[in-house]
Design a protein around this ligand. Structure first.
Ligand SMILES: [Cu+2]
Length: 495
């Protein structure tokens, strides 16, 4: 794979500190320092618009630190209505240089959408780019015509608008990104977090959303796309690590004894992140499909692109809690070595307090439903006259659905990777459980929408096909998807 050591771009800091208007909004602590209008107004709104026969007004949503919240322009407490505008923007990733990127509402990452399970979400989207785009709501089991697939929804043309409307069906940590030329548009900064809050979720001293990314810069510009064989082969691995859009290890503060919930997503084009946390203890409490029945502990969290993990972080000691991303680099003798890069840190103030034990709610594990049928999806690549092409069951950019299922069925899918590079497989509109995967390095409990299939190995999943429609199924290494590793399946409504 491509090994790059230039992971310190712009990280020297320096005094600068000029007031650049846009990027500060993306700093992880922006939300702490300046509560957004939405957070401040939510309780008031709830009391101003009582519905005669509605239940008691919903309490305000807990703050989630991270990308600044999208402003909710609808006074109804059960409707989150926001404007999103995609445009070109110069973004400051670290003190000093700015890079021309794409941004939602002028910020990278885009603003956070925060709603309760069952809420209606309305997004008025304006495309101020000079190319087509759509928005895909990654992981949300919403109607197919709102899913942002350019094969179902006509892409939003430059200067045009589209309103996405759907209900948030499941609690959990999700994200949004385009589905047109995604390898370029996501790399350039088009992605944002979604938090859907369930009832009776455990309360924490703080919550954070960390969007982890890497981008490939060349001379302080986004490097040309698909300009080398390695990018086609393994996907684009960057030379700058970003956390909530910042190249410097962002830091925050907490107090000894506190327990926090962190939501983590890997928005990189291709790089599987390997994360460790020092100076604090953590356990995994949630994944793509929400909170787990049984949290588990682990030393190293492997996060393939597209996937989410929720972790509970406890500060038993004062000092510095540090999130490290372990990256393979070449040392001076050209040996491949693993090197940790700090991507987020929390300065923990001394109090002498011990962290409490969070009482875990009763959560049913995913039901083990009978399998209606077993199918195989074979992943491979081939060299063509125009370059490398990635295939699913021998087809690149398959234009007809590969399979037709019936709503309510559970289908066992054998994901067979016949090639060397890994493929994080993403199913739109449905959840699945991971049945087994001999090469998987971390446990995979809970409901997922993305699973990593390592090179030359097979992972078996059980997909609960409950959401009718025509759906995409593809590799989430965005270069692989653009080079053909993209398919569709149909779920016909139950008779
Ligand atoms: Cu792939």
């Amino acid at each position: 794979m491509v090994l790059l050591v230039c992971l310190s771009w712009g990280c020297e800091g320096g005094g600068g500190g000029g007031d650049d208007p846009s990027p500060d909004a993306a700093a992880p602590d922006a939300a702490v320092e300046a509560p957004t209008p939405d957070a401040a107004e939510a309780p008031a709104d709830a009391s101003v618009t009582p519905e005669p026969d509605a239940a008691a007004p919903a309490p305000p949503l807990p703050e989630v630190q991270g990308p600044a919240l999208a402003e909710d322009i609808n006074p109804d407490a059960r409707i989150v209505e926001v404007n999103l505008n995609a445009s070109k923007q110069r973004v400051r990733l670290a003190d000093g240089a700015t890079v021309e990127m794409y941004a939602y509402n002028g910020q990278v990452p885009g603003p956070m959408i925060h709603a309760r399970q069952g809420d209606t979400i309305i997004v008025h989207f304006t495309n101020a780019l000079d190319e087509d785009t759509t928005i895909h709501w990654h992981g949300l089991r919403i109607p197919a015509d709102m899913d942002g697939s350019p094969r179902i929804q006509a892409p939003v043309r430059p200067g045009e608008t589209f309103t996405y409307t759907f209900q948030a069906p499941d609690a959990g940590s999700y994200w949004y990104h385009p589905h047109v030329r995604a390898n370029e548009q996501v790399e350039k900064g088009l992605y944002g977090p979604i938090v859907i809050r369930g009832e009776d979720e455990p309360a924490y001293d703080a919550e954070r959303y960390l969007m982890l990314d890497d981008i490939l810069l060349d001379d302080d510009q986004i490097a040309p796309f698909m300009s080398n064989h390695m990018e086609e082969m393994h996907g684009r691995t960057g030379n700058v690590l970003l956390t909530n859009g910042r190249a410097e290890p962002a830091s925050s503060t907490a107090r000894q004894g506190q327990v926090e919930r962190w939501r983590i997503v890997n928005t990189a084009n291709a790089r599987t992140m390997s994360l460790g946390i020092s100076g604090a203890t953590f356990r995994v409490i949630g994944t793509d499909g929400g909170l787990l029945a049984t949290p588990y502990t682990i030393d190293r969290l492997e996060v393939p692109v597209g996937q989410r993990y929720d972790v509970e972080v406890s500060y038993g000691d004062a000092g510095r809690a540090s999130v490290r991303s372990y990256v393979l680099v070449l040392d001076e003798n050209d040996n491949v070595v693993e090197e940790p890069f700090e991507v987020f840190a929390v300065d923990v103030a001394q109090t002498g307090a011990s962290p409490r034990t969070v009482e875990w709610p009763e959560i049913a594990p995913p039901a083990r439903r009978p399998v209606a049928e077993t199918i195989e999806l074979r992943f491979n690549g081939r060299q063509t006259a125009h370059g490398l092409e990635w295939t699913i069951n021998g087809q690149a950019h398959a234009h007809e659905p590969l399979f037709t299922f019936t709503q309510g069925e559970t289908v066992r899918m054998r994901l067979i990777n016949e090639a060397g590079p890994e493929h994080p497989f993403h199913l739109h509109g449905q959840f699945f459980t991971v049945e087994n995967g001999p090469a998987l390095t971390t446990p995979q409990p809970g409901l997922k929408d993305t699973v990593l299939v390592p090179g030359q190995s097979t992972v078996v999943i059980r997909a609960n096909l409950d959401n009718p429609g025509r759906w995409m199924a593809h590799c989430h290494i965005l270069e692989h998807a653009e080079l053909g590793m993209m398919s569709e399946f149909v779920v016909e409504p139950a008779p």
